[in-house]
Design a protein around this ligand. Sequence first.
Ligand SMILES: [Zn+2]
Length: 294
Amino acid sequence: MTPQSPRKPNHDQPPRKPRLGPRPQPVSSPGTVACSGCQRRFVKSRFDAALRVCPACNHHNRLPALMRVRNILDAESYAPLPTPAGERDPLSFDDGMPYRTRLEHERTSKQVDEVFHAATGTINGIPAAVAAMEFSFFGGSLGEAAGLQFLTVCKAAVQRGLPLVCFCSSGGARMQEGLVSLMQMARCTAAVSLLADASLPYMTILCDPCFGGVSASFAAQADIILAEPHARIGFAGGRVIEQASHGKLPAGFQTAEFILEHGMVDMICERKEIKSVVATLLGALEQEGHARSS
Ligand SMILES: [Zn+2]
């Protein structure tokens, strides 16, 4: 057995990086939240005050529907719009746990009744109705109750002669309601036409993620469509499309920036700018309306 010679440095290969072990995880402490973009932790109250936009990486973290509505409306003007959801279980669905039990659990744990939260008020002094979708509730999915809620909001806006601003965030149809869920696309489309018939402006802001039956109906039917930076927006998921088409999707596919380039949204807007941009646009549309009617 010959003794092994000491290993000589190989100058043809790049030097090995020192092993650092597993990446250190930020320590969770009470009253702090992590940015889902960079994982840094921030004091929750300050993070909320910044509308959950990360000061380190500018990632627009998900925002509850109530916060979205309250933030865009002038504080003293906020008036919640009742959108009764009721009990909906059209298929008596049970996948090991009855759908009604799941609904009850979601309602209790998320402290919301259904997907939409809506209110009326003013946006920098301009009267408007505002609705927002709660993604944390069944992935913001469009079930029968959510469809009814959206119709209720559209009717209320028409009755009061208000423009409607809607923050859309959804995974699409609600699987527990099958075909009844898909029918809500037609219901919501008809609801949008009520606003059009009344010559009332309708604006949507597409937030991450916005997919399926929502992006294929009322989210894309607005007079003006805004999107938050880097929001994922599409119909089917990218992986499903790649499997079906046997092709590689382009970089950045199904992002707000990509679909802006392809003309499917009008503008990408930082969250902190949304209120002033919406107010400016509504003001311009209001003036246009007055000019036409006079
Ligand atoms: Zn971050």
